[in-house]
Structures are given as C-alpha cells and as structure tokens.
Design a protein around this ligand. Structure first.
Ligand code: FUB
Ligand code: ZN
Length: 640
C-alpha cells in the first residue's frame, strides 16, 4: 500500500532509449521530421518567437498573448528530447538562439514573460487566475531541465533558476509575499523537476506551497479580483480546483487539464516529501478519474463548457471534450503514480491514453491536430456546435490556443522515457515497443533490446546483454486486458511467473545473449461500459490489445447509428500494412443496418418493426480516424 510514498522506480531516461523500427519509432520520426519543424514555423509566423525580443509596440501586429511563451517552451522542451535521439546541428543552433533570446529578455529580478514585459509591464502577478504567468514559468522550467539533461549545458538552467528564485521570493506565506497560487496548474510538476535537477529544496517547498495554499479561505482569486463571483464555492472555483483545499477534495473536477496537471504535481510532491496523507488523496483522485470519469480512449473532460470534468459516469460521446492535452496529462499522472507504486494499472491507463486519446490528436502526416477528441462525430451536428475552431470534424494545422500540438510534440519526442525503469536489482518494462536501451541494474551495465511489432502483434521478444553474467529481476508488464500470457526463455517455454501487481518477474542470472519471449494474446474484445454510463447502455466498443476501434463513414457508409453488431457475429482482425500507415483492421461480415422500409412519410410510428439488412462492418483504430476526409465516426456500437 506504500503508506509512506517514495519514488520507488528510477526511470530510464529518454536519452538512453533508442527506438527501433516499429510503431513508436515511426510516430517519433514523423514528429521529428514534420511536427517539430512545423511547430517552430508556427511559433515564428505567429509572432511568438519575435515576442521574446521584447520589441513589440502597441499598434503592431502579433500582440504577444499571455501564454505564448508556453508554446515556445514546449517546442524547446521537445527539441531537447529530439536533440538527444536525433542529433541535428541546425536544430541545436536554433535552440541556442531562442535560449539566448530568453536569457536576454530576462528582467534584472529574474522575471521572464514576453507578454508582461511588453504589453502590460505594470500588471505582473496581478491576475494569477487568468494570466497564466506561473503556467508559462512552469513550461520554461521544464524546457530548461530537459535541455540541461539533453546537452549537459547548464546555461539555460541557470537563467531559468533566476526566474524560479524570483518566483520563490514573490510567493509564499511569509510576510511581504503574495499568498497566491497558479490559475492554471503546471509549475508544481516543473518545480519538482527543477528540485531534482538542482537538489535545491526550496523548489520542492514552493511546489508544496502552491498545492497546499490552493482552496484556503478567503480565496486568493477573490482577494486579487475583488469579484464577488469568487466569494463562494461556485462554479468558478470548482473550474479552477480551489473550492476547497486539495487534500479535502472528494474527487477531481473542474478544468480537465488543470486537474490532471495538479494531480501530477501532487503525486510528485507526495513522493518527494514522503507525505502519506497526500499520497492517499492522489490514489483516491486517480481511482475516481479512471473508474468513473475517463473515456475508453483515455480521454478526459466531458464537456466543452470550461473544458471540464463533470460528474461520475457522465461520459457523453458526441459532446465529449477529451482535449488532447488532458489525455497527455493523464499519461503524466499515471507515470508518476507508477513511479511510486509499481502496479500495472497505471501503465495500463497510460497505454490506453497513448494509443488512443493522445494519438488521435495528431494526423498521420504529423501536421494536423485535434484539440478535442469526441467518440462519436456527425459532421453536420458538430458544425452546429459553438466550439469555434475546436470542432473535431477534421484536424487543423494550428489553433489560436495551440496547447495541444505543442504538447503532442514534446510527448512524442520523449516517448522512450516511459518504457523502462529500474529499482535495486530489478528492471521494469512498462510499455512495449521495438527499442534498445542501455541501463544499469545490480551495478552492471545491461543492454536490453525489445523486438516486437506491438501493438499489432502479440509477441514481444527481449534480448538481454549484460556486460557479463549478472543476477537481476526482469519484470514485464502483463496488460490488464490480456488473458493467457505465456513466456519462453531461450526458446524453452516456462511456467508463467506469478504476477506481482501485474508484472511477470523473472529473476535469474542473465547471460549475454539470453532471450525472453512473451506472448500477449490479443483476441478482439467487445467491451461494455458500466451501467451508470447513460451514453453507452446497450452498446459495445471493440478493442484489440491496447487499441480502441471506431467505425468511419468512409468504410461503412453514412448513418453509422443504424449499424449494429449481433452478439454472435464473428470479428476478423487483419493487418493491412498499406492502410493508414499500417494498422490492424477489424471486419464483421454479419453486421446489421437499419433500413427505412415501411417508414415513408412518417417520423414516428407505434408498430412498424424496424427492418434490417446484413452489412459488413469495418472498424479501424480510433487514433487514425479522420485521416481520409470528413465523415461520421463512432466508437460505441449498438449490440443486438
Ligand atoms: O489555458 C491553457 C490551455 O489552453 C489549457 O491547458 C487548455 O485546456 C486550453 O484551455
Ligand atoms: Zn490542449
């Protein structure tokens, strides 16, 4: 139960994981070749990069926005990861230039922000709730930590420390300091990263302060704004997760990305300070989110109204918000839970979000993005919603608020850092992907190589290459969806080890050249939702391995709501290397379609039985929907 939490696992850094040809390498290559340069160009063309020069004057175009720096920072962070895995002198030079620009933009007190240094210099720290200053600071800190880890160069880290020190001198309970906290959580995670990178305890204390100050009465957002709307526990404070102190909240609610960034910060702080009570709160919030508020795709956020979580089991499909950033934030939170408590449930959720709700956020070409990721789309219905550019009909190149593309780019650039971790004399393998890593376990350098075509194929082979024979435990995650996993070592079947929290641990004296193979059978699963989910009663979703499927109009014709799946219908799975970048496609030859027969001239009728015809139904992975033009899509399908 881990009464006093601690960071149990040490992640194997993204620096030390080389992706080999397979699912994630192909995604990362597109990210490196297309998404990263495109995000740079967008930051340049929209004025975000010029804004850092602090030369903007009233009346000029491209007025710096309050959180533009967060986009540039996420691009810098992604570039740091990319430089480690895809060395690139031109990219390194561009990164140097931007970093120098930020250093030159720093005020004498350490402050950095391209909006407040130019547009509203007198308004610094006056509207913490809306102005995102601490949020952009957090992203700059994360970028600096990543660049330091990637290059070993401390220069930018020192610049950003100056900013973090300024924030530390500005905020807190001590006399003369502002007793506020971020309107958009993010900096909490960043400060913990900075603490780990520098060993400086002040940053950890500041992260804890920001979390614990939140929700104390009188509410800081009321004090700073004098706006009576903030006086009570109303919708505003719920949206901003400050209706009560975070430790007292029953469940996470409000703005989804804020909620999950906050949870990630809470987990970090709980682990670093060994705070058992905070850890129990994190476990409670996590359980509530994944058991009652998460879409089957790992999407989070049930309504576009304030981009919010709503209430338990409220998971509408067509009006789902499920912002790409929220699925990414769920990965961050799961990763942090896993680090403290090595249990497959966390990696299972990470994998669900990564393969589905995150990857649906970016096109196969890497240059178009979804902001929200509903589970059912009818283009006409969607076009009538008031979501402006965030309507999920077709992916877009960029958004006025472009948090999602910049989050995608940093996540994919660092994806290798989520695969492996070590503790004492054990190596954990959480996620499966063709890759090679060099790590240290039991004081010995070991090369591990994963050979697999996962998530399409059910077999993962690991070759183990210690410098010389060494004893350690290799703990392989058996995903929660998998029944009947089997294993062999050097070609000999072995009895499946007893799972410990979902990991199959093999402890032995490993010799150079040993090979372990694990098979994770992947029959197609018909998954139902909890009966309390109003949206999905009588429906099933199709899953295979970690992949959630959907039906698209392009394969099945319009009016997807007319289709249904007979309970006994056979479902075939076939890999199609030439389709949608190479995906496994499901076909159901004996699906059903409702027809109009007998309904001419009538909208309602008390007695006409619905007439059905046979139709072959085709399902493709949800993550790749909308790569073949506009059309309807649904994840959930009626069962009959
Ligand atoms: O406010 C900054 C970002 O914009 C949030 O994280 C997203 O949800 C979007 O509102
Ligand atoms: Zn976003």
């Amino acid at each position: 139960m881990n009464a006093k939490p601690r960071r149990t696992l040490t992640p194997v850094s993204w620096r030390d994981v080389r992706l080999e040809d397979g699912y994630w390498k192909r995604k990362q290559d597109v990210n490196h070749k297309t998404t990263l340069p495109m995000v740079y160009r967008k930051c340049r063309d929209t004025g975000r990069l010029d804004a850092i020069k602090l030369q903007w004057k009233e009346g000029q175009p491209h007025k710096p926005h309050v959180f533009w720096d967060s986009d540039v920072a996420k691009w810098l962070e992604a570039s740091a990861y990319s430089l480690a895995t895809h060395p690139d002198r031109r990219l390194a030079a561009t990164v140097r230039e931007i970093v120098e620009r930020y250093a030159a933009s720093q005020g004498p007190d350490g402050y950095i922000n391209s909006h407040f240094r130019t547009v509203r210099p007198r308004d610094r720290w006056t509207n913490l709730r809306a102005d995102h200053e601490l949020y952009t600071a957090g992203h700059l800190i994360e970028a600096a930590v990543a660049l330091h880890e990637a290059t070993g160069n401390r220069a930018f880290l020192e610049v950003i420390r100056g900013f973090a020190d300024h924030i530390d001198q500005t905020f807190g309970r001590e006399m003369g300091k502002i007793r506020g906290y971020p309107g958009h959580q993010e900096i909490e995670m960043a400060l913990v990263k900075l603490y780990r990178a520098t060993g400086e305890n002040r940053y950890l204390k500041l992260a804890r302060y920001f979390l614990d100050e939140r929700g104390r009465k009188p509410l800081y957002f009321h004090l700073e704004s004098n706006d009576p709307a903030w006086a009570g526990d109303g919708i505003l404070s719920i949206t901003h997760q400050c209706e009560k102190p975070v430790r007292k909240m029953k469940a996470l609610t409000g703005h989804a990305v804020r909620a999950l960034y906050m949870l990630s910060g809470m987990i970090d702080v709980a682990g670093e300070t060994r705070d058992a009570k905070l850890w129990q709160v994190c476990r409670r919030h996590w359980a509530n989110i994944v058991q009652r508020r998460m879409y089957i795709t790992g999407g989070i956020g049930s309504t576009p109204a304030q981009e919010r979580l709503t209430f338990d089991y409220d998971l509408p499909n067509e009006t789902a918000y499920a912002e790409t950033c929220a699925a990414i934030a769920l990965v961050f939170a799961g990763w942090r839970m896993l680090r403290i408590e090595p249990d497959r449930q966390y990696a299972d959720v990470m994998e669900r979000a990564l393969h589905n709700g995150v990857m649906s956020g970016v096109s196969l070409t890497g240059d178009r993005f979804f902001y929200n990721n509903p589970l059912r789309v009818h283009p006409l219905a969607a076009s009538m919603e008031h979501r402006g550019e965030n309507r999920a009909i077709i992916r877009r190149k960029w958004f006025g608020c472009s948090c999602c593309p910049t989050n995608i780019v940093r996540l994919l650039a660092s994806i290798g850092g989520y695969f492996y971790s070590t503790v004492d004399d054990a190596v954990y393998v959480h996620l499966y992907a063709a890759s090679t890593t060099n790590l240290t376990v039991a004081d010995q350098r070991v090369t591990l190589r994963q050979i697999t075509d996962y998530p399409w194929s059910d077999t993962v082979e690991m070759s183990v290459e210690p410098e010389s024979a060494v004893t350690f435990k290799l703990a392989l995650r058996v995903p929660g969806w998998c029944e009947g996993a089997s294993m062999s070592i050097n070609g000999q079947s072995i009895a499946m080890p007893r799972l410990q929290r979902g990991y199959a641990g093999i402890k032995r004296r490993w010799q150079p050249g040993d090979r372990v193979a694990m098979t994770l059978p992947m029959p197609v699963r018909r998954t139902s939702a909890h009966p309390a989910c109003r949206a999905n009663v009588g429906m099933v979703a199709l899953e295979r391995g970690p992949i959630v499927y959907c039906l698209e109009q392009v394969d099945n014709g319009a009016d997807l709501h007319r289709l249904s799946l007979p309970r006994e219908a056979v479902i075939h799975a076939r890999h199609q290397p030439g389709l949608l970048g190479g995906v496994t496609v499901l076909t159901i030859p004996h699906g059903r379609r409702l027809t109009d027969k007998g309904w001419s001239g009538r909208l309602y009728d008390g007695c006409s039985p619905a007439s059905q015809v046979r139709q072959t139904i085709t399902a493709v992975p949800y993550a790749v929907w909308a790569n073949r033009g506009k059309g309807e899509m649904t994840v959930w399908l009626r069962e009959n």
